[in-house]
Design a protein around this ligand. Structure first.
Ligand code: KIV
Length: 286
């Protein structure tokens, strides 16, 4: 099957007959292979890596170099899915030129496009990136890089004016040239208004069923992260639970001498064992 491209994603508007888009995050090669073989259309190498992989309390801690490291690992799996590199906090806030340089680092690491957070005020940056032939995915609503400005991870667009503002922000991103927009943490009615207002697909997370696609974080979807379960997460596996049981079984086998078995060990040939004076202790050849 051929690789998924930016124009193919841009054309996937549900109202125009497109199938809903499926995006899942991944941060390394095995994760990318799982997401790709699972049939996702897009792999987002999200700055959520800071929280779900690197153990930080927010996404503000990762740099462009960190993101490039993870984008490279995902790209080396050569997925069919479109690889989206997330621009981290402070990589596109200083100037459009700085944003282009940082985005180019992610493209050279293997991303086919980048994602950034924010609306109207990002227009000059989005335009500069597109001018440099770097496709851009927008991200509106609950934008985790604004956690301090928002006063926490709070659902956005709950009031009429804020909802109208979100629609205007999405229109501005579309006019600037974004090929898709992530809508995070907004009421489903507002996500529907945005989705109806723009020509490009919306991809929701905590934004209800009316978007043109859905995204979940790998560790949430698979139950690797089990400390908190936000309302919008559906767990399709309990891999943390299964992994703890597996490590526990290994520990028990080691402590009781059941691991490794004869078949799980290498052996000398009987001639070599005899030459070493071990005849009788090495019973089978390797
Ligand atoms: O970094 C990330 O994983 C994201 C998704 C939650 C959309 O931005």
């Amino acid at each position: 099957m051929s690789k998924i491209t930016v124009p193919a994603v841009r054309a996937r508007k549900v109202r125009d007959g497109g199938d809903p888009l499926v995006m899942v995050t991944a941060y390394d090669a095995p994760g990318a292979r799982i997401v790709d073989e699972g049939g996702a259309d897009l792999i987002l190498v999200g700055d959520s890596v800071a929280m779900v992989v690197l153990g930080y309390d927010d996404t503000l801690q990762v740099t462009t170099a960190d993101m490039a490291h993870h984008v490279g690992a995902v790209a080396r799996a050569k997925p069919r899915a479109l690889v989206v590199g997330d621009l981290p906090w402070m990589s596109y806030h200083l100037s459009p030129a700085d944003a282009v340089t940082n985005a180019a680092t992610l493209i050279r690491a293997g991303a086919s496009c980048v994602k950034l957070e924010g609306g109207r005020k990002r227009r000059p940056v989005v335009e500069a990136l597109i001018d440099a032939e770097i496709p851009v995915m927008g991200h509106l609503g609950l934008t985790p890089q604004s956690v301090n400005a928002m006063g926490g991870y709070k659902v956005q667009g709950r009031q009429r004016d804020a909802a109208m503002e979100l629609v205007a922000e999405a229109e501005a991103l579309t006019e600037a040239g974004c090929f898709a927009i992530v809508l995070e943490g907004v009421p489903d009615e507002v996500a529907r208004m945005v989705t109806e207002a723009v020509e490009v697909p919306t991809i929701g997370i905590g934004a209800g069923p009316h978007c043109d696609g859905q995204v979940l974080v790998f560790h949430d979807l698979l139950g690797i992260e089990d400390r908190i379960t936000p309302k919008f997460v559906r767990r399709y596996a309990a891999l943390k639970h299964d992994a703890v049981l597996a490590v526990g079984a290994f520990a028990a086998d080691v402590r009781t001498g059941r691991f490794p078995s004869h078949d799980e060990s290498y052996h000398l040939s009987s001639e070599q064992a005899e030459a070493l004076g071990l005849y009788g202790s090495a019973t089978k050849s390797a």
